[in-house]
Design a protein around this ligand. Structure first.
Ligand SMILES: *[C@@H]1O[C@H](CO)[C@@H](O)[C@H](O)[C@H]1NC(C)=O
Ligand SMILES: *[C@@H]1O[C@H](CO)[C@@H](O)[C@H](O)[C@H]1NC(C)=O
Ligand SMILES: *[C@@H]1O[C@H](CO)[C@@H](O)[C@H](O)[C@H]1NC(C)=O
Length: 522
């Protein structure tokens, strides 16, 4: 076997096989001047995600040459204090020069979210920056709303009234939560739609920016073995798992309004599921991809109460339980863990359970997709493991396929082995962008394929709303009480039985990944 190419240049040259997005439209703002406005610039999301992502693009030279980043929020601070905030989650020791240059394009304006006067001040400031540019430069603007949902509508309207560029293109990026159920989502969408057209709106679900999720299209449709086998004839069940090893840690009051299903399942995991299960799109163009995602989601009926397992963590080993947080009501039944089974009623997937599991305060932090294939015909084999295709989304991207192989030696004995593609070993000098870097880059280029369309949100809520109303006590019958599980456990004690109910077979208990070579039976 030849050694893998370690050289990113060679990999890059080979990449031509997918038509690049630039070829599909000239919506890109990359080669013109651009003003990026971050609304909510003093908040957590901005300092943890938005500014580091903007910096990542800046140091890779992926922002337009003439770019200004303007922060806007209520907090009164001078530029120096603002720079500190913006750089708080950027490795300035690793990039001393670049981060210094980055601060030169940053400025800040403070003002209220619900009054025109603040946005007028912002407009005057943007104008001043744009007036220094050549006269014929278009005045393109990208607005990033890093604000809580309660001010979405005010901010979107205030920006439209006061800061909308008449001499260039405008785009607005917003992020979840998009409502709490179908009705509130529709209200929110229609209030934003009054101001911003669908074409101008980029709705982030950051899972769509994750490298492994973006890879699903290529993996599925670029490999005939997977293309041919990912269907109800060959697949027993699919699991999409999200585990976090920490609890709500002081943010319990905020979390309690949403719960794990709204926080993770209805958006991130469902988006992942739709890319994993959709039919082959006509092309890689954004609307072709999003059409297929909507189609597959429309085949999923609302989740039933009996296909659901809820959990809530309690104190263990000195770690506080969910309800020990003073901001969480004592009688809260908000799930911090959920196991859900979804079914897709189309010819490809009918009858295959898609098991979603998401939980906080579990034994590890991991997000993965696990496709478990059906048993092979018995006869020559008695007890042989199932094939599995596992794609780990985080941490550290890995794809592995569990196969059976003969144990080397005189005996004919099968053992499970894995074909293993670990990104950091295989793609040694490829710098994988973070999800937010990838998405902001797409928004600048005008590529909407990895953003959530309005009709997608609508179908996504239809699948989850009856279940959520039941949990919230708005459905028929009493509200369910989640099963308690200790902080740091694998989940509620019924979680293994829940997967088994939908056909998932655990590998033999004595089977562990052979870390070194398997001892041959000579
Ligand atoms: C797997 O799916 C293909 C259709 O894509 C089908 O022809 C084949 O029989 C299936 N395999 C099994 C074991 O059912
Ligand atoms: C895959 O290979 C990497 C090393 O390249 C190793 O660290 C990892 O444990 C392997 N994973 C599996 C599931 O075999
Ligand atoms: C956590 O539990 C899972 C089973 O749900 C197990 O496979 C995994 O090895 C455990 N992780 C750690 C770090 O113990």
């Amino acid at each position: 076997m030849s050694s893998p190419p370690r050289d990113s240049e060679r990999l890059r040259r080979k990449r031509g096989s997918i038509p690049s997005m630039e070829a599909l439209g000239d919506d890109s703002l990359k080669d013109q001047s651009l003003s990026i406005v971050v609304v909510g610039a003093s908040g957590d999301l901005a300092s943890k995600k938005t500014f580091p992502a903007l910096f990542g693009l800046f140091r890779r030279d992926l922002l337009p040459k003439d770019v200004a980043i303007i922060g806007y929020a209520r907090t009164d601070m001078d530029d120096e204090k603002f720079h500190k905030k913006a750089l708080a989650h950027i490795d300035t020791k690793k990039y001393p020069e670049e981060s210094k240059k980055f601060t030169k394009i940053l400025s800040y304006i403070h003002g209220p979210y619900d009054k025109d006067e603040g946005y007028q001040k912002l407009e005057a400031h943007i104008d001043e920056i744009e007036n220094k540019r050549p006269d014929n430069e278009p005045r393109n603007r990208l607005f990033y709303l890093a604000v809580p949902p309660t001010v979405f509508a005010d901010a979107a309207a205030g920006l439209k009234r006061n800061c909308y560029s008449r001499k260039g293109r405008n785009r607005i990026i917003i992020e979840k939560p998009f409502g709490k159920d179908l009705e509130t989502c529709r209200e929110l969408l229609s209030s934003l739609k009054g101001e911003w057209s669908e074409d101008e709106t980029y709705r982030i679900d950051h899972y769509l920016g994750k490298e492994m999720v973006k890879n699903l299209l290529v993996l599925r449709f670029g490999n005939i073995v997977l293309d041919a086998t990912l269907n109800k004839n060959n697949v027993s069940n699919v699991q999409i798992t999200f585990k976090e090893s920490f609890g709500t840690e002081g943010r319990g009051g905020y979390f309690d309004e949403f719960g794990i299903i709204r926080d993770v399942c209805q958006n991130h995991l469902l988006q992942t599921l739709s890319v994993l299960a959709m039919e082959r799109p006509v092309s890689f163009a954004a609307e072709d991809i999003r059409d297929e995602k909507v189609k597959v989601l429309r085949c999923i009926p609302p989740i039933k109460a009996e296909d659901c397992l809820l959990g809530q963590y309690v104190a263990a080993d000195g770690k506080p339980g969910y309800k020990d947080d003073d901001t969480v009501p004592d009688d809260s039944n908000t799930p911090t863990y959920a196991g859900l089974a979804l079914f897709i009623n189309n010819p490809r997937w009918e009858g295959v359970p898609f098991i979603m599991k998401a939980g906080k305060a579990l034994n590890e932090s991991k997000v993965e997709i696990r496709v478990q294939f059906k048993d092979v015909t018995s006869g020559i084999f008695t007890d042989i493991a199932r094939n599995e295709l596992v794609m780990r989304i985080q941490p550290d991207e890995v794809i592995y396929m569990k196969l059976n192989s003969k144990l080397p030696g005189f005996e004919t004995k099968a053992i499970p082995v894995e074909l293993n593609l670990t990104y950091k070993d295989r793609f040694t000098d490829v710098d994988i962008p973070t999800a937010y870097e990838a998405l902001i880059h797409d928004a600048i280029k005008g590529d909407r394929s990895n953003f959530v369309r309005d009709d997608e949100l609508d179908v996504a809520w239809k699948i989850f709303t009856p279940l959520l109303h039941w949990i919230d006590g708005k459905g028929p019958g009493p509200k369910p009480q989640p099963e308690a599980y200790p902080y740091g456990a694998r989940g509620p004690k019924d979680s293994a039985a829940f997967s088994a109910k939908y056909g998932y077979k655990r590998p033999d208990d004595d089977y562990t990944w052979p870390t070194t070579s398997v001892q041959a039976n000579l």
